[in-house]
Write a protein that binds this ligand. Structure first.
Ligand SMILES: Cc1cc2nc3c(=O)[nH]c(=O)nc-3n(C[C@H](O)[C@H](O)[C@H](O)COP(=O)(O)O)c2cc1C
Length: 198
C-alpha cells in the first residue's frame, strides 16, 4: 500500500516507518553533541506510564574521552561495525516508582524505555541519521563501569551514524545489509483473542 525503501506496507502508513531501518555501514564522521541531543530530546518526549519517564541515556560521541570505553562495552560482533558509528548510547531504565525507600516496583519501565528508543530511531531518520539498536552488549560491565545504580536495568545499546557504502563491511555483514521485511500483519494483530502458539 505504501512503498518505500524496498518495502511495502499492507495499509497506507507514512513512508517514514518503512524508511527507518538498521544499517551497519556508517561513515564514522564526528558529530556535534547538539545533533545527538536533538535525537535524545525526541526520545524523552515519549509517553510513559504515569509520566514516570524511567529512561536514562548514557552516551559517548566518537572522538570524545568516553568513546573507546563505550565501544569496548559492546559484544565483539557489534564492535566490528559499530566502531564506525558517530555516537553510542546505552539505554537504562529505572525499575521502581517514587522514592527508592518506598520499594514500589514498576511494571512498565522497559516498555516505556522501548517507546523512547522508537522515538529516537524516527528522529534519527528525520535528522539524516540512522539508528541501530543492539542487544549484544556487556550488560554487567556496563552497570559496573558506567556506575549505573542498583534498581536500574541496562536495556540495550544504540549506534547512531550517517550511512556509508556497504563495501566497508565484512563479507558476513555486507550480505545482510538490506532493509528487512515483516511478518504478515495477521500473524501479529488479533481482533479479540490470541491466535497461534508458536
Ligand atoms: C533491542 C534491539 C536489539 C538489537 N540487537 C542487535 C545486535 O546486537 N546486533 C545487530 O547487529 N543488530 C541488532 N538489532 C537490529 C535488529 O536485528 C533489526 O532491528 C531487525 O532485524 C529489524 O530490521 P530493521 O531495523 O532494519 O527494520 C537489534 C534491534 C533492537 C531493536
Amino acid at each position: 500500500m505504501t512503498k518505500a525503501n524496498s518495502r511495502e506496507s499492507e495499509y497506507p502508513i507514512d513512508p517514514m516507518f518503512l524508511d527507518r531501518w538498521s544499517p551497519r555501514a556508517f561513515t564514522g564522521e564526528i558529530i556535534e553533541e547538539a545533533q545527538l541531543l536533538t535525537l535524545l530530546d525526541a526520545a524523552h518526549w515519549a509517553p510513559s506510564s504515569a509520566n514516570m519517564q524511567p529512561w536514562r541515556f548514557l552516551y559517548a560521541l566518537k572522538g570524545s574521552e568516553h568513546w573507546e570505553e563505550f565501544v569496548s562495552l559492546l559484544n565483539e560482533a557489534n564492535q566490528e561495525w559499530a566502531k564506525n558509528a558517530s555516537a553510542l548510547i546505552f539505554v537504562v531504565s529505572r525499575s521502581f516508582n517514587g522514592a527508592r525507600s518506598e520499594g514500589r516496583s514498576s511494571y512498565t519501565h522497559s516498555f516505556d524505555a522501548g517507546t523512547a528508543w522508537g522515538h529516537l530511531a524516527m528522529q534519527a531518520r528525520i535528522s539524516g541519521f540512522h539508528a541501530h539498536g543492539m542487544g549484544g552488549i556487556k550488560h554487567d560491565e556496563i552497570k559496573e563501569k558506567l556506575e549505573v545504580p542498583d534498581g536500574y536495568r541496562v536495556e540495550a545499546g544504540i549506534a547512531i551514524g550517517r550511512i556509508a557504502d556497504k563495501s566497508i563491511l565484512s563479507e558476513r555483514n555486507r550480505e545482510r545489509e538490506f532493509p528487512s521485511q515483516r511478518k504478515p500483519l495477521s500473524e501479529v494483530a488479533f481482533n479479540g483473542h490470541f491466535i497461534g502458539n508458536d
